[in-house]
Ligand binder design. Structure first.
Ligand SMILES: Cc1cc2nc3c(=O)[nH]c(=O)nc-3n(C[C@H](O)[C@H](O)[C@H](O)COP(=O)(O)OP(=O)(O)OC[C@H]3O[C@@H](n4cnc5c(N)ncnc54)[C@H](O)[C@@H]3O)c2cc1C
Length: 384
């Protein structure tokens, strides 16, 4: 059995950040990271953006090994014994640990009964799509959220014929106010993407999709981005509290276990500024929560108070956002150029800001954080 001071389960951006957080406090303690993918930790956002715009694939690696962790890749931890402090992988190898981090992220949501659809999340998914996507190739993209909208834009920019299918009324409609979502959807159509809104997928295979309204579309690739399910099976199996993610405190600890932590996409953590728990599936959170919880595993004892931001790029439209950016809230908006450049505040019934969308407006995220934390009602004039 291999024994280590710190065992990290999951080789994503959070696992990588945790290694770096541990090393800020503990230069010598042994760290073993076990990851199910065959690759060392890499940045995921370029898979739908930069790599389609000429970014070098060699730039995605996070340098986890150089930061001082031993990597055990292509291995999945399948069971935990919290009393013995032992984890076992799918080859039967055991790892003894003093501190354990679950950074298992999530697995893509799938449509039951579909064979050959690429549920897009990993570098191998990117490589598989890239290999098929020569100029003029066709693709159906299922899903109009972050992954679907970014991938559709990248494929279209690379000369592919793209059809999008999703049940909502417009692209990114869970995040963007209705008018902005409609504008973005029109923009996709103007750029040649066929966008089938308020449409479901009844069945799909490697080269075809049949929609709920009975149309069959053939394409070289069928790719889907439908969000993810937090990968909580290990935690559930050992009785850790799971409620839309592994429940942790402000230090990243699971309840009742000072030596078992969780972070990143898989963790449900308290956000004092918004007065409730969140599970966040974004890069800034993966990096900052991973780092903070890693440092806490090594004894830093510093609460995670960071309000993470996120961003997205679709053709020449891009944004940064912070807080609860949910189109079900009322909004207060200030536009320099309608639908092209402006700021949207998502407010509660007392007009207190819960989140901000900075649409083609940059470097305002800290101001947004301050306004959310201050919790005072907001007027349009306060946005700029
Ligand atoms: C294509 C794509 C584009 C994105 N673009 C953006 C963006 O533009 N902006 C933004 O803010 N965010 C973006 N994100 C989100 C961001 O990348 C994620 O929030 C972040 O990568 C999550 O990291 P994680 O390590 O917590 O989880 P994951 O990335 O899910 O990593 C978890 C890892 O753990 C492994 N694992 C799971 N269970 C086990 C086990 N039992 N044993 C061993 N290993 C296991 C998994 O295989 C996986 O490699 C994007 C995500 C994707 C997929």
């Amino acid at each position: 059995m291999e024994s280590t001071r710190y065992l990290i389960v999951g080789g994503g951006m959070t696992g990588d950040a945790a290694v770096k957080g541990i090393r800020e406090r503990d230069q010598d303690g042994s760290i073993v990271l076990v990851g199910a993918e065959p690759h060392p930790p890499y940045a995921r956002p370029p898979l739908t953006k930069g790599l389609w715009a000429g970014k070098d694939e060699a730039k995605i690696w996070r340098g986890t090994e150089d930061a001082g962790a031993a990597l055990r890749l292509g291995r999945r931890i399948v069971s935990l014994d919290l009393d013995r402090h032992v984890a076992t992988d799918d080859r039967g190898d055991e790892y003894g640990w003093e501190k354990l981090l679950l950074a298992t992220g999530g697995r893509p949501r799938t449509i039951p009964g579909t064979e050959g659809v690429v549920y897009f999340r990993t570098l191998d998914d990117y490589r598989a799509i890239r290999a098929r996507m020569r100029d003029g190739a066709s693709a159906v993209v299922i899903g109009g959220g972050f992954i679907g909208s970014e991938l559709a834009a990248s494929l279209a920019t690379n000369g592919c014929r793209v059809t999008m299918v999703f049940p909502e009324r417009g692209i990114a409609s869970r995040v963007l106010p209705a008018e902005l979502s409609a504008y973005v959807t029109d923009e996709y159509r103007r750029r040649g993407v066929e966008v089938l809104t308020e449409e479901t997928v009844a069945a799909a295979g490697a080269n075809w999709v049949t929609t709920g309204s009975g149309r069959t579309i053939e394409a070289d690739t069928i790719v889907a981005g439908l969000g993810l399910e937090p990968e909580t099976d290990l935690a559930t199996a050992v009785g850790l509290e799971v409620d839309n993610g592994i429940v942790v405190d402000e230090l990243g600890r699971t309840a009742g276990h000072d030596d078992v932590f969780a972070a990143g996409d898989v963790a449900s953590f308290p956000v004092a500024a918004l007065g409730r728990r969140f599970r966040v599936e974004h890069e800034d959170h993966a990096k900052s929560h991973g780092r903070a919880v890693g440092a806490n595993m090594a004894g830093a004892n510093v609460p995670y108070l960071h309000l993470p931001f996120f961003y997205s790029d679709m053709f020449d439209l891009g944004y940064e956002a912070v807080g609860e950016v949910d189109s079900r809230f009322e909004t207060v908006e200030s536009w320099e150029e309608p639908n092209r450049k402006g700021i949207v505040a998502y407010v509660d019934e007392s007009r207190r800001p819960r989140g901000f969308l900075y649409w083609n407006v940059w470097d305002h995220v800290d101001l947004g954080r301050e306004l959310i934390s201050a919790g005072a009602p907001i007027q349009e004039a306060a946005l700029v």
